[in-house]
Design a protein around this ligand. Structure first.
Ligand code: ADP
Ligand code: ASP
Ligand code: MG
Length: 402
């Protein structure tokens, strides 16, 4: 059972969440709980670090960030005990979660669950700090934003749990962010592939890496409300019968990326490879790489999207490269957003792309970049149009409540 930040934001909410865990334990299940830091604490800790240092040291950043989840586990375990059920708090390192040493974005290497198993055998609920792990230097490290989802899925896989319940502040996964599209509909079940596309496209409700892991280990996920006892959304294996249809299942919006353009790049073999090699060396993530057709002068433009957090590093890298390869300049566009339509069968049904572009055109929204695949259609638009684009598409694809 994983409880997100809003679900453990104050003592009352912690008690309510603990009641659920205690009930499951009393009904006979062994229970492992994963908790996030309360409320917006992780954001607040990041802001705090920036007040003492412009470039906080990554190792110290992780020591700081890990405190949020540590507060939650202690309070949650106390709450379980006050409800009459034995419970024990475990930090990520105590729970045996081992990760690599890439501070603030570590990958899980292995989980050694012996301590969890012995606590469960003693009848206790284990309350594990999400988002954190221990690296090969015995230092605490964190797993990237939204990483408690990853901790929960990884533990469910290793412990061979019957399922992984993700308790959050919405009733499940919706056809679009219900905070932006009021008539968005709750989806009863989604395939791993669809959820991965949706999460990768910016739907914050589940961390993308956790879905990838759930898919590989066959962990069934139930995303549901921490506050209302109703069924949420199941994320599980695709049903065969749907595979041949073209369906639009949901929409996502991502305002967390910026666009970079290398302008007037000589049109020669190997240039795109050099661009990507330079970015890869710095571990900068890229998405939507688009190269325009060459002009008569033998140059083209290469555009790509990169996360806001690494955009300055990406810009510096490309500017250095531009000088070496003879490109004219690097442009950066900050005020953009990515709108994505997620579903299946888009390759065989061009009408879906036509409808997406037509809907944006009718709303007077200009499209800066487009990429498509069988599972998703993405458009980059001005950030100021992002929400209205999402609502217009939601209506056009008739995704709302009927
Ligand atoms: P938690 O703190 O529980 O991990 P998050 O804030 O990370 O919660 O994720 C839940 C939020 O995700 C919701 O409040 C909602 O605004 C947002 N969200 C974005 N897209 C969707 C979607 N398709 N369905 C449900 N929620 C979504
Ligand atoms: N507290 C961490 C974050 O805000 C991890 C999580 O909530 O999943 O990113
Ligand atoms: Mg989250």
């Amino acid at each position: 059972m994983k409880f997100g930040g809003t679900s453990v934001a104050d003592p009352e909410k912690i008690l309510r969440a603990a009641e659920r865990a205690v009930r499951a334990r009393k009904e006979g299940s062994d229970v492992v709980v994963v908790v996030s830091a309360p409320g917006e604490m992780t954001d607040e800790l990041i802001a705090l670090a920036q007040r003492v240092s412009q470039e906080p040291d990554a190792r110290e950043m992780d020591v700081l960030l890990a405190t949020g989840e540590q507060m939650s586990i202690a309070l949650f375990a106390m709450a379980c005990r006050s409800l009459g059920c034995p419970a024990v708090s475990l930090t990520g390192p105590q729970a045996g979660i081992h990760a690599d040493d890439r501070h603030t974005r570590s990958r899980i290497l292995e989980i050694r669950p012996q301590k969890i198993f012995s606590e469960l055998r003693a009848g206790r609920i284990c309350v594990v700090a999400g988002f954190q792990a221990v690296n090969p230097n015995s230092d605490v490290t964190t797993l990237g934003r939204g990483g408690s989802d990853l901790s929960a899925v990884a533990l469910a896989a290793v412990l061979r749990a019957s399922g992984c319940e993700i308790f959050t502040d919405v009733k499940g996964v919706y056809t679009a962010d219900p905070r932006i599209v009021p008539d968005a509909r709750k989806i009863a079940s989604l395939s791993y592939e669809e959820m991965l596309e949706l999460a990768g496209a910016g739907a914050q409700v589940m961390q993308a890496r956790s879905i990838d892991l759930a898919h590989r280990y066959g962990v069934r996920i139930h995303v549901r409300s921490a506050f209302h006892p109703v069924a949420g959304t199941w994320i599980e294996k695709a049903e065969e019968k749907r595979m041949e249809d073209a369906t639009v299942s949901s929409l996502a919006l991502d305002k967390g990326e910026v666009r970079l353009t290398l302008v007037e790049v000589p049109d020669k073999p190997g240039i795109a490879a050099r661009v990507l090699t330079e970015l890869a060396k710095k571990e900068i993530a890229v998405d939507m790489i688009v190269q325009s057709a060459p002009t008569q002068a033998g140059v083209n433009d290469i555009s790509l999207m990169t996360p806001r957090a690494t955009s300055e590093a990406a810009r510096a890298t490309l500017e250095a490269l531009a000088r070496r390869i003879g490109a004219k300049r690097v442009d950066i566009t900050e005020q953009v957003a990515k709108v994505t339509v997620v579903g299946t069968g888009f390759r065989r049904h061009a009408g879906i792309a036509a409808k997406m572009f037509g809907t944006l055109a009718d709303a007077g929204i200009n499209i800066h970049m487009i990429t498509t695949s069988d599972l998703k259609l993405c458009c980059i638009v001005d950030a100021r149009h992002a929400e209205s684009a999402l609502r217009a598409l939601h209506k056009a694809f008739k995704l709302g409540r009927r």
